[in-house]
Design a protein around this ligand. Structure first.
Ligand code: BGC
Length: 696
């Protein structure tokens, strides 16, 4: 049998220039389902290649798919095996919809708490982000669908997203922003999407150093780089800078039909949608200019062949050049159960005075403006329309043994959907007073609150929108057994947290919202989630200065360097309210016998000392033994392991430590000087055992 390389080389010999160009820019999908479409070359049996959004499941206008929990919720599970499963399920659903490339995972580091797309990303920590990025890529591609990891790189905010120039030092770039992309590449990602932003003055779609030298050179990436949609500014500079495919590659009003926004749809303001994207209606540079660029010698013929060859090689890697296309699977029982399992496992118990788990027989007041709808995600290209969903009221009602009353309290929080005008979901005729009265009459009140977030816009602040804080306070005054379930895209301020009996962070849980929340509230499952982002007061973040966020005159300075997330809060007087890695369990755990195993492994025995099963997430942080860390962060997460323990059970947990935790980027990667200690911890703020650690 012909090797893939030979097969691709033979095709490249056959293809004429126009055909090569056709392989590297998008076109309209005649079936109208793909977010991005390469038409292929029929003459040589090269089939079309369909790209589809996105990280929470398959998004096709007017089609349905499983709405999985947002990646941030998935990451809160601290269990990459779940990410692999979710990736595989999303791959199967993409295939079932006739798609070949899934536009995900998104793996930008969470730098700014306001980030409109934080729910689409994994973490404020590079080791943690890397583990999830790699696992999702492996999962998707195990189904013979290509994963397109996005948005490379330092694409960390939505304000001015199309044009912002990120000024970032080499050290934070290498230590924080690049590692998850490198992990995705090491996991075999077939495609990488360049970000809209510039880095140190150069747009990412033409960044010769980061696309060419780093991604393709140092990391040996053999797949193709695709532009973000309309995210190019120059054909020659892109081709020569390392961009292989331009998307969507169509001009003008074709966009509207491509995105399902043509007649009959809402009035779309393209400038707003694009976050100020220049030329959004017209960009189709490779289609109109690339052949002439090659003709003129501005782009070499070899480079064009390399661009097309990369696409063909990836098609070959998933069998597409041999006419193979997986059947996939859609909305199966397994996918429904997985969507619920991930939502449960990502749920974080922030605080609990003992009110949780709820008593089966308790009379419950379910309170909140949006309790009649499942929170599927944020706005933008990640919006999925599910076949089924469970609302908070449905989830609690189904599970509760006692009486359930419902009160909305305040006006609903409207979605920020790109694609539909959203009507308020619930009639908000109940008042705060009615909600407080319902709470007073019940044994326990469960208040569901939410933020709202969307692509193309950052959150204006970290407060809950509308009058939700007022609602929680009133309910807490009326019933001292008040539990608050927070559904948010990232950190939110919780000003009433000392006044309530429990706080649960349930993120954007997807279609299984109500069932998953109820499973945790009633203790059918231990809350296995831990925070992948620090929760702090808005004023305590390192990005409070406007030159750091949202930037000044189109430039954002990453002058906090590596002090992002817990790396900032640990060194600051104004610490986190809930640190990175934090999350309570209904069980309790003891650590003993912590020791080094080898140059990259530690272990400890973890015992469940409670009379109920529980899930512990053992986190390993590295720091120098003598605390002389210079300017570097105090501690770096090096590994983690999520384990289920039956009542009274003890297991030995081994944690593999990432090499990156033992090196720094200063004029190239440098091994850090030991001796080290590895801290086994329940969060960045709760160390349970300390192990002296030698590197050979
Ligand atoms: C987003 C991408 C998305 C693409 C296609 C862009 O605006 O930034 O994440 O995959 O649109 O919908």
């Amino acid at each position: 049998m012909e090797s893939t390389d030979d097969e691709v080389a033979a095709l490249l010999d056959e293809l004429d220039r126009a055909e090569l160009v056709r392989l590297v820019h998008g076109a309209l999908d005649p079936e109208g389902t793909a977010t991005g479409y390469l038409p292929g070359v029929e003459r040589l049996d090269v089939p079309p290649l369909r790209f589809v959004d996105g990280p929470l499941g398959v998004r096709i206008p007017d089609r349905r798919a499983t709405a999985f929990p947002a990646p941030l919720a998935l990451a809160a599970s601290f269990d990459p095996s779940l990410a692999r499963s979710q990736g595989a399920a999303m791959g199967r659903e993409a295939a079932a919809h006739g798609q070949d490339v899934l536009l995900g995972p998104g793996t930008n580091l969470i730098r700014v708490p306001h980030g409109g797309r934080n729910f689409e990303y994994f973490s404020e920590d590079p080791v943690h982000s890397a583990a999830f990025a790699a696992a999702v890529v492996e999962g998707v591609q195990s189904e013979d669908v290509l994963a397109c990891v996005k948005h490379y790189v330092a694409n960390n905010q939505e304000t001015d997203r199309a044009t912002v120039d990120v000024r970032v030092g080499e050290q934070p770039l290498r230590e924080l922003y690049l590692p998850a992309f490198r992990a995705a590449v090491d996991a075999g990602a077939g495609a990488v999407m360049s970000g809209y932003n510039s880095v140190n003055g150069t747009p990412m779609s033409e960044h010769g150093r980061l696309l060419g030298d780093v991604l393709k050179g140092e990391w040996g990436f053999e797949g193709f780089v695709v532009s973000d949609w309309f995210g190019t500014t120059d054909s020659v500079r892109s081709a020569n800078g390392g961009l292989d495919v331009e998307m969507p590659g169509v001009t003008g009003e074709e966009l509207a039909s491509l995105m399902g926004m043509d007649e009959g749809g809402p009035d779309v303001d393209f400038d707003e949608l694009g976050g100020g994207m220049p030329d959004m209606r017209t960009a189709a540079r490779f289609e109109t200019e690339l052949a002439a660029d090659v003709e003129a010698g501005d782009v070499s013929a070899d480079r064009l062949a390399d661009m097309a060859g990369r696409v063909l090689s990836q098609m070959a890697s998933v069998g597409r050049l041999d006419g193979e296309r997986p059947d996939g699977a859609l909305d199966t029982d397994e996918h429904r159960a997985l969507a619920e399992r991930v939502a449960v496992r990502g749920t974080v118990l922030l605080a609990n005075d003992g009110v949780l788990p709820l008593d089966d027989e308790a009379d419950v007041a379910v309170v909140g403006p949006n309790v009649d709808e499942a929170l599927l995600g944020g706005g933008g290209s990640s919006e999925v329309t599910p076949f089924v969903s469970s609302t908070p009221v449905e989830g609690v009602t189904e599970r509760a043994g006692g009486e359930v009353t419902v009160a909305h309290g305040v006006e609903p929080v409207a979605d920020l959907s790109f694609f539909e005008e959203t009507e308020p979901p619930a009639d908000a005729d109940s008042s705060v007073e009615d909600a407080a009265a319902a709470a007073a009459d019940a044994d326990v009140a469960v208040v569901f609150v939410r933020d709202r977030a969307t692509e193309a816009m950052d959150r204006p602040d970290l407060r809950l929108p509308g009058r939700q804080d007022e609602l929680v306070s009133a309910v807490a005054d009326a019933n001292d057994r008040t539990v608050v379930v927070v559904n948010s895209s990232g950190p939110v301020e919780l000003p009433w947290r000392e006044d309530v009996a429990a706080v649960v962070e349930n993120w954007y849980p997807g279609q299984a919202h109500g069932d998953a929340a109820a499973a945790v509230l009633y203790g059918d499952s231990d809350p296995g989630g831990r925070l992948p982002v620090s929760f702090a007061a808005e004023s305590a973040y390192p990005t409070t200065a406007s030159e750091r966020f949202p930037g000044e005159d189109g430039v954002v300075e990453y002058s906090e360097g590596c002090r992002v997330g817990y790396r900032h809060f640990e060194a600051s007087d104004d610490g986190a309210v809930y640190p990175f890695g934090h999350g309570e369990s209904y069980a309790s755990f003891a650590y003993r016998g912590a020791e080094q195993v080898d140059a990259s492994t530690v272990r400890a025995t973890v015992a469940n000392t409670a009379e109920r099963p529980g899930r512990e997430v053992v986190q390993a942080y590295v720091r120098p033994a003598d605390d002389a860390n210079g300017d570097a962060p105090v501690r770096d997460l090096a590994g983690f392991q999520s384990v289920h323990l039956d009542a009274g059970e003890a297991v030995t947990v081994e944690v593999t430590l990432a090499n990156d935790a033992f090196r720094r980027y200063e004029d190239g990667w440098q091994e850090r000087e030991g001796p080290f200690v590895v801290e086994l911890a329940r969060s960045a703020g709760d160390v349970r055992a300390t192990v002296p650690f030698e590197r050979p």
